[in-house]
Design a protein around this ligand. Structure first.
Ligand SMILES: *Cc1c(COP(=O)(O)O)cnc(C)c1O
Length: 427
């Protein structure tokens, strides 16, 4: 059969019921699985046979949904996690332990920044943050003897900068380490980082993949291309025996295609237990079935709202990579030819008081700490997530008091624009 389109894969990948089986993905709502003999179950514990024994490690519903996401990203193997935070932590910690070093784009989600700069630092993992706009020389200069990975976001939340994935992949590979890309905002419908050289792709499935504000979740996809054995001294966790699994060497036993996810499941999921509930995996799959229909609509609404805001007299500036003239427009044309996402940020004239009045007057767009939902929502960091900062501190952090982030949902774009327009009149 000819190669199958993204549309069909969003709907059907990961699950092909045979004669008489349920058409919809079954929810395996069971903590455990039954075996006829201890010997058979023993093989699973030794990773000698594949199968299920306890849902903290693996569950068939989760594996079906992970297989769909693996297919959409074009990877070799994938796993679900309880949240996007868990996905990014597992992806990094799987290959970078105490004494290791990471090179990370400074333009990333605040939760991920805290994870890396505070919590992973306490675990003895050091990080050098680099601007996504750095030159190749500046990027190369950030690497050290003990660097284990490079990390960035395709479209950063909330800065909306677009990462030059190709530049970051080349630098990572020149130093013998993999590139991990958080592809939450564009989703594989709008960008597939593996095609640009990424080795591992992560997601907060809480966002567009679920898309209905129903279930927190995460995913990790391995491209299956990174040659751990060729850099064996850097990645002993994958290339030397694991004593907690009878001396298995993951990279030898499961190869480039399977080593990374098998280790993350067998060690990290076993020990940290950040499993997604099968019920949430089912809800996530419902979201994925319409991802290819929803993303173009989010982009259409984001583009229309960004263009409206750009021409409005009460707006200082708009940030949206889809706008000609945006700092990241050229990178967006390269990596996101069909558009990026529905999130737009803009600075309202008049600072905090104007932002508060404007948001209070919105009828359709709700005030929420969330993005990427079917329902439009907005947030003013100065009066919510960053309210402890003074106007001067906000300015220094690149988050002026009047900055508003709007996540355009799936409503009619005329209605969103009319809503925004009447809210400006209320100021
Ligand atoms: C929300 C988000 C996360 C964290 O995901 P949770 O599911 O909230 O844990 C990570 N990365 C990006 C880009 C995000 O937007």
């Amino acid at each position: 059969m000819a190669s199958i389109t993204m549309d069909t894969r969003c709907v059907q990948a990961g699950y092909r019921p045979t004669n008489g089986e349920p058409r919809q993905v079954p929810i395996f709502q069971s903590t455990t699985f039954k075996y006829d003999s201890s010997a058979e179950m023993g093989k699973l514990f030794d990773l000698e046979a594949s199968g299920y024994f306890y849902t903290r490690l693996q569950n068939p519903t989760n594996d079906i949904v992970a297989a769909k996401i693996r297919n959409l990203e074009g990877g070799s193997m994938a796993m679900l996690t309880s949240s996007g935070q868990a996905a990014n932590f597992f992806a990094m910690f799987n290959i970078c332990e105490a004494g290791g070093h990471m090179v990370v784009s400074s333009s990333i989600y605040g939760g991920t920044f805290n994870l890396i700069a505070v919590t992973m630092a306490k675990m003895g993992i050091e990080t050098t943050f680099v601007s996504p706009d750095c030159t190749e020389d500046e990027l190369n200069a950030a690497f050290k003897e003990n660097t284990k990975l490079v990390f960035g976001e395709t479209i950063a939340n909330p800065a909306l900068s677009v990462l030059d994935i190709d530049k970051f992949a080349k630098a990572a590979h020149a130093h013998g380490v993999p590139l991990i890309i958080d592809n939450t905002f564009p989703t594989p419908v709008n960008c597939r980082p593996i095609e640009w050289g990424a080795d591992i792709v992560t997601h907060s499935t809480t966002k567009y993949m679920d898309g209905h504000g129903a279930a927190v979740g995460g995913a990790i996809v391995d491209a299956g291309r990174f040659d751990w054995m060729a850099h064996a001294d850097k990645f002993p966790g994958l290339t030397t025996p694991d004593d907690s699994y009878h001396g298995i060497v993951y990279a030898e036993k499961f190869g480039k295609e399977g080593a990374f996810i098998t280790k993350a499941t067998a060690q990290l999921m076993r020990d940290f237990g950040c499993i997604q509930s099968p019920q949430n995996a089912f809800l996530l799959n419902l979201g994925l079935e319409s991802l290819h229909v929803r993303m173009p609509k989010h982009v259409e609404n984001g583009q229309a709202v960004a263009e409206f805001l750009k021409n409005h007299e009460k707006v200082e500036y708009v940030t949206y990579p889809g706008l000609p003239g945006d700092k990241y427009h050229d990178l967006a044309k390269k990596y996101l030819p069909n558009g990026g996402c529905g999130v737009v940020s803009f600075c309202i004239k008049g600072g905090r008081p104007a932002a508060e009045k404007f948001m209070g007057a919105l009828q359709i767009c709700a005030i929420e700490t969330h993005v990427a939902d079917a329902r439009s929502c907005c947030l003013n960091p100065a009066t919510s997530t960053h309210r402890q900062l003074t106007d001067e501190q906000l300015e220094a952090a690149g988050i002026p008091a009047g900055l508003i982030r709007i996540s355009c949902g799936l409503e009619g774009k005329e209605d969103l624009i009319n809503d925004i327009s009447q809210a400006f009149e209320a100021i």
